[in-house]
Design a binder for this molecule. Structure first.
Ligand code: CTP
Length: 398
């Protein structure tokens, strides 16, 4: 996803600097050409060598260090200018203060100044330093200049305090880079609502009715829309997938919860994609205590849930684009086209459970995109690739 992209990693002297070797490795694995600039203090926490081995590029700490032909012998200018994105993590109060005030007194603070690409800053420090009004004002100043701030996590900090200041997980930092540069931002300004995962319909405090949906398709759709610049809200059923960075997530459990969340978010949206596997039936009653077994069989009375997609089709604004999913075991295309008409939506993405490589829990899918006046049969693809195709088709229609 980062093939052909030049990423400049700026490492300053926070204790979490050691984690950046992993970030460098992850970026390299995604295809990026990674260059690393470190502050002198960062080299006291982790040496240059792991970064040089992982990135196969020279690591700079000194403005006056000799450059290479690749950097035109002026690395403090060439590195920032060549970057497609800069990630500064961990960003100490010191580097944040310098960046906010245009101070260029070492290699990292200098290399950032000539850059015109997205600059991501991940503050990480003691909670009281982080809460300091001057530090907060500097962070706000960076935001106002267009810097992307990845908020620190709360937790147990190296200094012994509990609070906000932890560097987020490495994957979250990589997600921020992906969101900034992996794809052209052709969905900038679009508000996109996506539903994902299964629903759980409780029988009693212990048992529930659910389905095999893992949420992978919906999360891939959300990540891809965010990478293409959209403002994404993800209404998620219970899943074990890592929460993606930079996406508003509303966690839901039952079909009723999901209905309520979607209805409150829907009016503001330009595009809605219902990829969740919503239960069609729910128990008539949910027992407050565990249902005890007795001799003989038992049956559970079920009632219909509200059809979220159908309701969206009824209350839709004319300019909204609504896309549903359809999971069938037979007559996939006919049944899916019938749903498009019956639910008054613009597109149905049909997938068959019977095709190997498609469906629940796997990372690939085989989808046919059915719109009002055409259809596109896609070959087997990863769920991220399918997501791109779906948004390509949607963006062509709106
Ligand atoms: N859906 C929904 N609310 C429900 C059930 C389904 O919004 N209560 C949505 C799904 O998210 C999907 C689409 O409707 O986008 C199709 O769901 P599917 O279960 O395949 O079809 P149904 O409409 O339920 O029809 P059937 O059960 O007859 O296949």
């Amino acid at each position: 996803m980062l093939k052909g992209k030049n990423i400049l990693l700026g490492v300053s002297g926070g204790i979490a600097a050691y984690k950046m070797a992993n970030v460098a490795s992850m970026l390299v694995k995604l295809g990026a050409d990674v260059h690393v600039v470190m502050t002198e203090n960062a080299t006291k926490i982790i040496t240059k060598e792991p970064f040089e081995v992982l990135t196969k590029n020279k690591v700079y700490t000194d403005v006056f260090a000799p450059g290479t032909p690749e950097t035109n012998y002026v690395p403090h200018i060439a590195l920032g200018e060549a970057a497609d994105a800069i990630l500064i993590a961990p960003a100490t109060a010191n580097i944040i203060g310098k960046l906010a005030n245009g101070i260029a007194d070492d290699m990292l603070s200098t290399a950032v100044l000539p850059a015109s690409c997205p600059i991501i800053v991940a503050p990480s420090m003691n909670v009281h330093m982080y809460e300091n009004k001057i530090v907060q004002a500097n962070i706000e100043k960076l935001r106002s200049f267009g810097f992307i701030i990845v908020e620190p996590d709360e937790g147990h900090l190296a200094c012994g305090y509990d609070g906000k200041g932890k560097l987020p997980e490495e994957a979250e930092l990589v997600d921020a880079v992906l969101k900034a540069v992996a794809k052209p931002h052709d969905m900038e300004g679009k508000k996109v609502l996506i539903t994902a995962g299964p629903t759980e319909e409780a029988l009693d405090p212990i048992r529930f009715i659910t389905n095999h949906s893992s949420g992978k398709m919906g999360y891939a759709l959300a990540e891809v829309a965010a990478m293409r610049g959209a403002e994404v809200t993800l209404v998620s059923g219970p899943t074990s997938i890592k929460k993606p960075y930079g996406i508003k997530i509303i966690d839901t459990v039952s079909a009723e919860d999901m209905y309520n969340a979607v209805m409150s978010e829907a009016p503001a949206q330009d595009i809605i994609v219902m990829s969740a596997a919503v239960a069609d039936y729910t128990p008539v009653t949910t027992a407050d205590e565990k249902i005890k077994k007795s001799d003989g069989d038992m049956s559970i009375p079920l009632k219909r849930t509200k059809d979220i997609l159908k309701t969206l089709g009824e209350i839709r604004k004319p300019e909204q684009f609504i896309c549903g999913f359809s999971m069938e075991t037979e007559n996939v295309l006919e049944n899916s086209r019938a749903k498009l008409v019956k639910k008054n939506v613009d597109m149905i993405c049909a997938n068959s459970l019977r095709t190997p490589g498609a469906g629940y829990k796997v990372d690939t899918n085989i989808v046919t995109i059915i719109s009002r006046d055409g259809m596109e049969e896609l070959p087997i693809m990863t769920k991220h690739e399918v997501s791109d195709k779906i948004f390509d088709a949607i963006m062509k229609e709106i």
